[in-house]
Design a protein around this ligand. Structure first.
Ligand code: PLP
Length: 385
């Protein structure tokens, strides 16, 4: 009998939580359109508003400040393309120049557009606060996107102090908090962010649904990116994806309640890393000394190429990711590792293991056993050459 697969790619997407699945089914069985005023419509509206409250609670925000989107990609596009108005009590934005850190997700960099100025990071992938200050000192206030935690390395940013710098220069901060829920606390006020955005499938919800949460009720999208029937208080047209929203709300509720999970994950991850060190003392563990998510390890082993390793892992029943992106048949080095100035062999060999609340040591041991076989094969190949 084939061994069960070990899914160690939770930063890419997570299994749908049973509570989220149940909420999706309930929503699918509701007949009404949330905009209709009859009883059927009101029932659908009640479900929508419950989910809005649950998503707001996940980030310590207010329900009225939530705008549902199709995911983080749409959220980033709406924030940069439509602009933000009424921020920090002043009507500053629309017109704010876009700025992004060099390690933002590709969706955020693309949303900022070619005019988006790029803030450098240090060798650990931490945003360079001095570089940010210098950039803000010339050219006026900016709409700045800085992620809470990186999907490839797990590195966590010092958002609060960056928020203070941005606000002192009259700008606004939007935080891609996609990798936060379930792994670390996300509190919009404590972060000092003007807006955060989330994607449900990263914390047990369905794919294709996400949300922007503004800190202040006076802040909103300057206009709708998707113009339509005035849904989401005029900020996102189109009949709401009620089943997706209900699933996201349930996942948010479950995630909010499961506070002890991150500690369990960090113990497993640390054990994985110490065994990895024993197996391959020459392995590089990216940003091991920096503040990181409790579930993420990004490592490289000299001579082991990521694209070959991924295939070998997959054949052994293990799902992991690489730090390199494959587009139109070409594997290109990760822009994140590039911005961090990682050496060529790390960029070519970076493998990401990301775990979740149900991951077991047995799964991680199977991953290490597969890696041990790959290292052996590599040694044999070198000896035979
Ligand atoms: N931001 C981060 C940090 C991510 O990890 C992802 C997904 O990988 C996204 C944004 C984009 O999310 P989605 O594809 O769900 O829109």
């Amino acid at each position: 009998m084939a061994a069960p697969r070990a899914y160690l790619d939770w930063n890419a997407t997570t299994p749908v939580h049973p509570a989220a699945k149940a909420a999706v089914v309930v929503a699918l069985e509701l007949l009404g359109n949330p905009s209709s005023i009859h009883a059927e419509g009101r029932a659908a509206r009640a479900l929508l508003e419950q989910a809005r409250a649950d998503v707001a609670a996940l980030v310590g925000g207010e329900a009225e400040n939530v705008v549902f989107t199709s995911g983080a990609t749409e959220a980033a596009n709406a924030l940069f393309r439509a602009g933000v108005s009424g921020c920090c009590g002043k009507d500053i934005a629309g017109g704010l120049r876009p700025m992004v850190s060099a390690i933002e997700h590709a969706a955020v960099i693309a949303a900022a557009g070619p005019e988006g100025a790029v803030i450098a990071v240090d060798g650990d992938g931490i945003v360079d606060a001095e570089a940010l200050k210098a950039m803000l000192a010339v050219g006026g206030p900016a709409l700045v996107a800085i992620q809470l935690a990186n999907n490839e390395t797990g590195v966590v940013q010092r958002i609060r102090s960056l928020a203070d710098i941005i606000h002192a220069a009259g700008g606004a901060l939007i935080v891609d908090a996609v990798q936060g829920p379930g792994k670390m606390p996300v509190d919009i006020a404590a972060l000092g962010a003007d807006a955060v955005f989330l994607s449900a499938h990263k914390f047990g919800g369905p794919k294709g649904i996400g949300a922007i949460i503004f800190r202040d009720s006076r802040t909103r999208l300057a206009e709708a990116l998707l113009k339509g029937g005035g849904q989401e208080r005029g900020q996102r047209g189109g009949t709401e994806n009620l089943s997706g929203i209900a699933g996201m709300g349930a996942a948010a509720r479950v995630t909010h309640e499961a506070r002890e999970v991150p500690q369990k994950m960090s113990q497993l991850r640390d054990e994985f890393e110490s065994r990895l060190n024993r197996l391959a003392p020459d392995a590089a563990i990216v940003s091991q000394g920096a503040p990181r998510l409790p579930n993420t390890t990004c490592f490289a082993i000299p001579g082991l190429r990521a694209e070959q390793a991924l295939i070998a892992f997959d054949l052994d029943g293990i799902a992991v990711s690489s730090g390199s992106a494959c587009s139109s048949g070409k594997v290109k080095a990760s822009h994140v590792l590039e911005a961090m100035g990682q050496p060529g062999w790390v960029k070519a060999g970076a493998i990401r293991v990301s775990i979740g609340p149900t991951t077991t040591m047995d799964e991680l041991e199977r991953c290490l056993a597969s890696l041990a076989r790959q290292i052996e094969r590599q040694k044999k190949n070198i000896a035979a050459a």
